[in-house]
Design a protein. Structure first.
Length: 196
């Protein structure tokens, strides 16, 4: 048996669970971890979270995208905002080349958190072709902790976010983490076009 000093004790009649120097810290870590995970467990059990953005333009944009992705073929839906540096960096990296390389694919840019404005100046500056469908969802630029919404029953909490659909609206690839390179986008589009 171990004592708090880490030395062996000759007393064998009683066993104290906390006498080993690592037992108490481990138990404390376990309790602290359990307490820290409680909010995550509560969130995971939520089946229909209330979106931070709910407006008629959201339902209009959703209806337009839902109709587009229901058609045969590959469809790319891109969420962005002209004030977002990550969105602008991604456009600058070569979105126009991705659009030009895939004439058979539909592209829809959904501008969010920009007071309902599409941001046409930025799209023109980065040579986004006119064949790209442009939609905007009403709503001001929210605080960082309030940047969440549900679109097509999928969460959007970061921009840029890009989804690639195939087979009548099946989500094939989602870039929900921010910027995607042209190579990643091309690969996702090509993979969505293949029959699995």
């Amino acid at each position: 048996m171990w004592t708090r000093g880490g030395r062996r004790s000759v007393h064998r009649s009683r066993v104290h669970a906390y006498t080993h120097p690592l037992v108490l810290p481990f138990a404390m870590r376990t309790v602290l971890l359990a307490v820290a995970l409680l909010p995550l467990v509560a969130c995971a059990q939520t089946t229909s979270p209330t979106p931070a953005v709910a407006s008629s333009s959201l339902s209009t944009a959703e209806a337009a995208v839902r109709a587009q992705i229901a058609q045969d073929g590959v469809h790319v839906v891109h969420f962005w905002a002209p004030w977002c540096d990550n969105s602008l960096n991604e456009l600058r990296a070569g979105w126009y080349e991705v659009v030009d390389a895939h004439p058979e694919v539909s592209f829809t840019f959904v501008t969010i958190w920009n007071d309902g404005e599409i941001g046409e100046d930025a799209l023109t500056r980065f040579a986004i072709p006119a064949r790209v469908t442009r939609l905007a969802v009403d709503g001001p630029r929210p605080l960082r902790e309030d940047r969440r919404m549900t679109f097509l029953d999928l969460p959007v909490s970061w921009i840029p976010t890009t989804w690639v659909f195939n087979r009548n609206g099946l989500l094939a690839t989602a870039f929900n983490h921010g910027e995607a390179t042209p190579a990643q986008l091309n690969e996702a589009i090509e993979a969505a076009g293949r029959i699995w």
